[in-house]
Design a binder for this molecule. Structure first.
Ligand code: FAD
Length: 474
C-alpha cells in the first residue's frame, strides 16, 4: 500500500493527525505532498512574510520527514482548482492507494477538498480526512437547540466542560519507516510568490524551536499573562500565532503543555486559564466559519451593518496604513505591523476600531490590509477580530462603544515606551505629552516631523454614531 499525506496548514511531524494515521500501517510506503498555489494565495491576500514562514517551515519539515524515511514532494500550480488536477496525476504516478489529510475550514478550501475527494473516489483511492487544527471539531459544541453558539461566554463554558470530560491527547511523531534515511530528497523550489524575511528570534521555525518557545511560555510567562497581555511594550504573550496559523504547532500541543505546567487551567483561574480562553476564542471563530460560511465571503454577521454609509474618500486609509494618523498609539502599532508582520492584540483592536469608527472606513479594507501584512494571517481569527471591532460580528463590541485612541494609549502604554520604539520622531516629547505630541509641540514652539491628528476624535465619534444609527433604522 502507498499512503499519501497531503500537507497544507499542518506543517509538522508531531501531533499531526493525518500523518499519524497514514503511518499506522507499518508496511505501507508513506509519501507526503505539498502543493503551492500562488494564484490562490494572491486571491486570499496572503502576506509575503507568511509565504516566507511557510517556505522555511517546509524546508525544515522535509528534512525531518526524510530522516524518518518519508519523502516530501513539492509542486506548484496556479490555484486550488489546478491543485486537485495535480493531486490526481500524482496519485496515479505514485500508485497511491489511500490519501490522508487534515481539514481546513474556509470555504474555498472546503470546496477544493470536496472536489479532491470526489475525484479520488472515482479513481478508487481511499480518502481519510481529519479534524486537526482545532481542539474540538466544528459543530461538536452546540446549544440546547443543537445550534452553534452566537455568544462566546456560553460557548467557552460548554467548551471547557467538554475538555474537562475528555482532554484531547497529542499523537506522537511517526517513527523511522526504514532503517536508512532517504537516498533522494525531492526538489523544493521557491514558490512564485513574493516573500519577505521575518525575524526568526520572534517567530520560531522548525519544530524544535517552536516547541521550545511553547515550553518556555507555559513554564513561566503564562502565569503573568493576565497582567502582561495588554501591555504592548512587554513580551507578555506567546507569539505562537503564526505557528498555529500555519500549523507548525497544534492547539492540542498548546493545551497539553499548558496542563502539564498548570494542571488547574481548566478550572478557570489565573493566567493559564486566561491564555486557554484565548485559544478558545480561536476555536470559536473557526466553529463560526463552518456554521456561517458567508463569513468567508466577508459578509457581516449582523445584516443591517452592511447599510452603514462608509466614507468613499480613501486618502485616510493610506495614512492609517503607513502609521501617519497623528495618533501615536495607532501609528506605532501600524509601524510594528509593517516592520515585523505582527501586531499586539490590544493594538489590533485599537487600530481596527480607529479605521472603522474614527475614519468611518469599511472594515473589509482593514481586514484585507491586515491579511496582506500579518505573518499570522488567518481568515477565521482575522475576520472574527475585524467583525468584533467593527461591531458587525456576533458577540462583537456594541456599535455605540467607541475606543478613544488617546485614552487607549494612556492606559496601555502609559509612559510611551512602545510608542517611542516605533516613532523615533517623538523622542524629545516628554512622557506626559507622548499621547498628544502636536499639542505639546505647539505649546513649546517646536516642530515635529509627525502629522497632526487626521481626524478629531470627538467629531469622528459623533459622525460614526450617526452613520450606524441611520443604518440600523433603515
Ligand atoms: P497569545 O496572546 O499568546 O494567544 C495565544 C493564541 O491564541 C494565539 O497565538 C492565537 O492563535 C490565539 N488567539 C489569541 N487571541 C485571539 C483572538 N482574539 N482571536 C482568535 N485567536 C486568538 N490572530 C491570528 O492568529 N491571525 C489573525 O489574522 C488575526 N487577526 C486579528 C485581527 C484583529 C482586528 C484582532 C482584534 C485580532 C486578530 N487576531 C488574529 C487575534 C490576536 O490578536 C492574535 O492571535 C494574537 O495577537 C497573536 O499573538 P500571540 O500568539 O502572542 O497571542
Amino acid at each position: 500500500a502507498t499512503h499519501l499525506v497531503w500537507l497544507r496548514n499542518d506543517l509538522r511531524l508531531h501531533d499531526n493527525t493525518a500523518l499519524y494515521a497514514a503511518c499506522r500501517d507499518p508496511n505501507a510506503q508513506v509519501l507526503a505532498l505539498f502543493i503551492a498555489t500562488p494564484g490562490q494565495w494572491r486571491q486570499h491576500a496572503m502576506s509575503p512574510r507568511q509565504a516566507d514562514y511557510i517556505w522555511h517551515s517546509l524546508q525544515a519539515l522535509q528534512q525531518a520527514l526524510a530522516a524518518r524515511g518519508i519523502a516530501l514532494h513539492y509542486h506548484q500550480c496556479e490555484d486550488f482548482h489546478a491543485s486537485v488536477a495535480y493531486l490526481q496525476t500524482f496519485c496515479q504516478q505514485h500508485h497511491v492507494s489511500a490519501l490522508f489529510y487534515n481539514y481546513q475550514y474556509e470555504l474555498n478550501e472546503r470546496e477544493r477538498d470536496a472536489a479532491a475527494e470526489k475525484a479520488l473516489d472515482r479513481m478508487k483511492i481511499e480518502v481519510q480526512g481529519f479534524d486537526d487544527s482545532v481542539l474540538l471539531a466544528p459543530g461538536s459544541i452546540r446549544t440546547g437547540n443543537g445550534e452553534m453558539y452566537k455568544v462566546f461566554t456560553p460557548f467557552s463554558k460548554a467548551f471547557l466542560k467538554r475538555l474537562r470530560d475528555h482532554t484531547p491527547e497529542c499523537f506522537p511523531a511517526p517513527g523511522k519507516r526504514t532503517p536508512q534515511a532517504l537516498k533522494h530528497t525531492p526538489a523544493l523550489h521557491p514558490f512564485d510568490y513574493p516573500r519577505e524575511a521575518f525575524d526568526p528570534a520572534l517567530f520560531p521555525v522548525g519544530e524544535e524551536a517552536v516547541l521550545k518557545q511553547l515550553r518556555r511560555f507555559c513554564h513561566q510567562p503564562v502565569a503573568d499573562y493576565s497582567q502582561q497581555r495588554d501591555l504592548p511594550a512587554r513580551e507578555g504573550t506567546s507569539r505562537l500565532s503564526v505557528c498555529l496559523a500555519v500549523g507548525t504547532l497544534s492547539p492540542r500541543q498548546c493545551l497539553n503543555r499548558l496542563l502539564a505546567e498548570h494542571p488547574h487551567a481548566l478550572g478557570g483561574e489565573g493566567g493559564a486559564a486566561v491564555w486557554l480562553n484565548e485559544l478558545i476564542w480561536r476555536e470559536f471563530y473557526r466553529h463560526l466559519l463552518v456554521a456561517w460560511p458567508a463569513l468567508c465571503r466577508h459578509q457581516p454577521f449582523v445584516d443591517w451593518t452592511d447599510g452603514v454609509a462608509w466614507e468613499s474618500d480613501k486618502t485616510p486609509l493610506e495614512a492609517w496604513q503607513q502609521g501617519k494618523t497623528g495618533y501615536p498609539i495607532v501609528d506605532a502599532a501600524m509601524r510594528q505591523l509593517n516592520a515585523t508582520g505582527w501586531m499586539h492584540n490590544r493594538l489590533r483592536m485599537v487600530t481596527a476600531s480607529f479605521l472603522v469608527k474614527d475614519l468611518l472606513l469599511d472594515w473589509r479594507l482593514g481586514e484585507r490590509y491586515f491579511m496582506s501584512h500579518l505573518i499570522d494571517g488567518d481568515l477565521a481569527a482575522n475576520n472574527g477580530g475585524w467583525q468584533w471591532s467593527a461591531s458587525t460580528g456576533t458577540d462583537a463590541a456594541p456599535w455605540f462603544r467607541i475606543f478613544n485612541p488617546t485614552t487607549q494609549g494612556e492606559r496601555f502604554d502609559q509612559h510611551g515606551e512602545f510608542i517611542r520604539r516605533w516613532l523615533p520622531e517623538l523622542h524629545e516629547v516628554p512622557d506626559r505629552d507622548i499621547h498628544a505630541p502636536q499639542a505639546w509641540a505647539k505649546k513649546n514652539g517646536k516642530t515635529l516631523d509627525y502629522p497632526p491628528p487626521i481626524v478629531e476624535h470627538k467629531e469622528a465619534r459623533k459622525r460614526t454614531l450617526a452613520a450606524f444609527e441611520a443604518a440600523r433604522k433603515r
